[in-house]
Design a protein around this ligand. Structure first.
Ligand code: ADP
Length: 529
């Protein structure tokens, strides 16, 4: 379908009242209108919904939108109905509808009135629904929150795995649109593979949030006092403090209150009335601070949140990014402060211990990234963006100096020789180890896996034993971020050399490394909690 640019803008104005597209929206809309499989990766708030809603409204037939979040589906349907005089323009099809309602939905689709049909993945597995959808004209299928298809995403849903099969039964050649705000290369690969959309036109927006300042502080027994001091320095400003447990939320909210801070708790254990009351107070600025578990935040659109504090470190970089992302939506200041102690990592590990082994392994790998983020002394922004598959240059990139490590840099020192040792070890062991085992090989520590390969008998075994494990781990992470090494996408853990890494071994050059922060051992007040 070819549509003139003017028509697209007219439709944007007509249906949504906007005069300009945001970011990559226009290109995405064009791709969908041309019938391509399309993959959209944009951070939350990037304007993903419009990317499929507008082409759906402009095309013949019904677009089927798969979404796991029933509450959000209802909001979207209401919003679309708001821009049209025709109530049947958008419908939800799920198990909460009675027979008459289902009949109405089907009639509207048959009549060609319905442009958007929202369905939960479980409704799509119902034979009668598949049969019905096969008999009508479907313009395309949009899979919202497409990361739910991947075990590496933060919200894996097994029903999503079946989608490709179901789409195939609804019709041949239906364009598929995947949308997500989770950008790790591993999740992206899973989505493309599982939806069967190799070669899809891919649109990825930058995940950089230049106005956010990232900072990590060691967590000592004085953490509450430190938080109070921080909040008082931001008096009258809105902020969120995330804690892991409901109990800690309650306690900390009280501590803040007795210290004269207008704070309320928020967690899923509170009754619905208190929850919405506390949320409203925050939105209306009757209170300044919400102390919350991760239950708080979904769909909260307060533009002037000035700080997000993590009293406890989150379980993945995705969660950290999502939660800190609630600061500075208006483009103004947003200070993201996280407290970190290795004890908290161990606590998170313990939570996982009852889960299936595969899930634990994934959880562990995600957690190790959090450790790396907390302990790193390179730019935190560079680290986060690298995690999301995006290269970032602090010298030229927006917000390049907005983190503690750049503002207060640690000393750097030459590590060319060590970088060669590390990369040669990877080469000589034929790229088969994950970071922990690699460091064991370099420092000369045996384990069952290493011994089973007889790596412990090699001349290079223990070549770097004059430096400790922490040093090698830090160097390895910095070589990863610098692009000399990469993590294998299939196993997500096996460390491989990139082309630059292979070149480095043959023509070593200066590599200035910064030593990571040491978070265990003595802290300012000599204690860790
Ligand atoms: P996402 O699903 O990516 O989190 P949404 O689709 O909810 O993002 O959009 C985020 C906000 O941006 C919404 O308030 C939406 O109305 C607004 N928005 C989307 N597109 C535009 C546009 N072209 N111009 C202005 N605002 C837009």
């Amino acid at each position: 379908m070819s549509i003139a640019k003017g028509d697209l803008h007219a439709a944007l104005k007509k249906y949504f009242g906007f005069s300009k597209f945001k970011g990559l929206q226009e290109d995405v809309v064009e791709s969908i209108l041309s019938g391509n499989h399309t993959f959209v990766i944009m951070p939350t708030g990037g304007g993903k919904s419009l990317c499929y809603q507008l082409p759906a409204l402009m095309q013949e037939g019904t677009a089927i939108v798969v979404s796991p979040l029933i509450a959000l589906m209802k909001n979207q349907v209401d919003a679309i109905r708001g821009v049209s005089n025709e109530e049947g323009i958008a419908h939800v099809l799920n198990s909460s509808l009675n027979k008459t309602e289902v009949k109405r939905v089907k009639e509207d689709i048959i009549k060609g009135i319905t442009k958007l049909l929202y369905v939960a993945p479980e409704s799509l597995t119902k034979e009668e629904n598949v049969d019905f959808l096969r008999s009508v004209k479907v313009s395309f299928m949009a899979i919202d929150e497409a990361h739910c298809i991947s075990e590496w995403g933060h919200d894996f849903r097994p029903e999503y795995r079946n989608l490709k099969n179901i789409i195939g039964r609804i019709g041949d050649n239906i364009p598929i649109i995947g949308l997500t705000a989770t950008a790790t290369p591993k999740v992206q690969e899973d989505i493309i593979k599982n939806l069967g959309i190799t070669g899809a036109k891919t649109f990825k927006a930058s995940f950089n949030r230049p106005n956010l300042y990232y900072e990590v502080r060691p967590k000592t027994k004085n953490v509450d006092a430190d938080i109070i001091r921080f909040i008082k320095q931001h008096e009258g400003k809105s902020g969120i403090v995330y804690c892991l447990s409901r109990k800690r939320v309650e306690e900390l909210a009280q501590v803040l209150q007795v210290n004269g801070i207008k704070a309320v708790p928020y967690h899923a254990g509170l009754d619905a009335k208190s929850r919405s009351n506390h949320q409203d107070k925050f939105l209306m600025e009757d209170i300044d601070v919400v102390v919350a578990t991760i239950a708080f935040g979904m769909g909260i659109d307060k533009p002037d949140v000035r700080f997000v504090i993590h009293h406890d470190i989150p379980k993945s970089i995705e969660s950290y990014y999502q939660e800190t992302g609630r600061a500075g939506r208006d483009g103004g200041e947003g200070h993201c402060l996280a407290y970190y102690s290795y004890k908290d990592i161990e606590k998170l590990e313990k939570f996982m211990s009852g889960k299936p082994v595969a899930e634990q392994e994934i959880g562990q790998a995600l957690l190790q990234e959090v450790v790396a983020f907390a302990e790193t002394s390179i730019s935190r922004r560079k680290f986060i963006l690298h995690y999301f598959g995006e290269e970032f240059d602090n010298e030229t990139g927006e917000g390049g100096d907005m983190d503690d490590n750049i503002r207060h840099p640690k000393k750097k020192h030459e590590a060319k020789d060590e970088a060669v040792i590390l990369m040669e070890t990877i080469e000589k062991t034929n790229e088969k180890y994950k970071s922990k085992d690699l460091v064991h090989v370099i420092t000369g520590k045996e384990n069952a896996l290493i011994n089973s390969h007889k790596t412990n008998e090699q001349e290079f075994f223990g070549k770097g034993n004059n430096k400790d494990k922490k040093f090698w781990m830090a160097l390895l992470r910095q070589l990863l971020v610098a692009g000399y090494l990469k993590k294998d996408i299939e196993t997500y853990g096996i460390i491989k050399l990139t082309k630059e890494g292979k070149n480095f071994i043959n023509n070593p050059e200066s590599f200035m490394m910064t030593e990571d922060h040491i978070f265990d051992g003595e802290q300012d007040d000599g204690s860790i909690i």
